[in-house]
Design a protein around this ligand. Structure first.
Ligand SMILES: [Zn+2]
Length: 255
């Protein structure tokens, strides 16, 4: 499995294009592919399995969450019990389910879950997600970029100067089905359940909602105002208009 992405740390500055001023969102792109679960068509629903890491696992090709560990270290440090952690995760999943036509089901024992949730084996930052595509999609992206480079060379040779100053965002190659997503939390950070206005200690449910947003194909939606914005905003309760518009673009409205 070739893993290709990066994502998101709450609090990391990544530029993000707003699709609409009133409800901004940005779809995640990996190697120029828009990514989602389920059928490779925007607005089509999906059923996604998830599991909690029950042992240390390594994903050497992942950009984030390369080493995933069980929840135990975080639970011990925070004093949360596992049932409570799971409850907060399920609430986070339910928020996305309520917003769009996406369903999350626990992976069966022995089944390789679509989304694996755990803690970081090598703690850094607060929380990350990692989204990977099949190798074939990465190769297609490489091939395409070579074609583009060669087309650019031809244009330069013909000495035609493009005076247009508008730098259009590249066109995505298409829509690709996600192969696997990882969500990992730093067990050495302080965490809380509930809001108290302290933006330095992140709420578990908020963080899980945000990282699951990446795990299902959403990128950051600007700096603030949305749950998918890259800044942690302790006062934001639940998904905002842009988050909902974004997940509906990918999966359609909830049935
Ligand atoms: Zn993020």
């Amino acid at each position: 499995m070739r893993t290709l992405v990066i994502i998101a740390l709450l609090g990391t500055a990544l530029a993000s294009a707003a699709k609409a001023a009133d409800a901004p969102y940005d779809l995640l792109e990996i190697d120029n592919w828009i990514v989602k679960w389920g059928d490779e068509a925007l607005g089509s629903g999906a059923v996604v399995t998830y599991a909690y890491a029950d042992a240390k696992r390594s994903f050497p090709k992942a950009r984030n969450c390369q080493d995933i560990a069980p929840l135990s270290k975080l639970l011990k440090a925070t004093g949360f019990d596992e049932a409570r952690f799971r409850q907060e995760t399920e609430r986070a999943l339910a928020a996305w389910e309520k917003a769009a036509n996406i369903k999350f089901v626990p992976a069966k024992v022995g089944q390789d879950a679509d989304i694996l949730i755990g803690t970081q084996g090598r703690p850094r930052g607060r929380a990350f997600a990692n989204v990977s595509l099949p190798e074939s999609r990465r190769l297609a992206a490489i091939q395409k970029s070579r074609q583009l480079a060669s087309a650019q060379e031809s244009r330069q040779l013909s000495a035609i100067v493009d005076t247009g100053s508008a730098r259009r965002r590249h066109k995505p190659l298409g829509i690709a089905r996600i192969k696997k997503s990882l969500v990992c939390l730093n067990p050495l950070q302080r965490w809380k359940i509930g809001r108290d206005g302290d933006g330095d200690v992140y709420d578990l449910n908020y963080t899980l909602m945000h990282e699951i947003g990446h795990a299902i194909g959403l990128d950051h939606a600007g700096s603030r105002g949305q749950l998918m914005s890259f800044r942690y905003q302790d006062h934001l309760m639940g998904l905002q208009a842009g988050d909902i518009a974004g997940v509906r673009r990918l999966y359609g409205s909830a049935e």
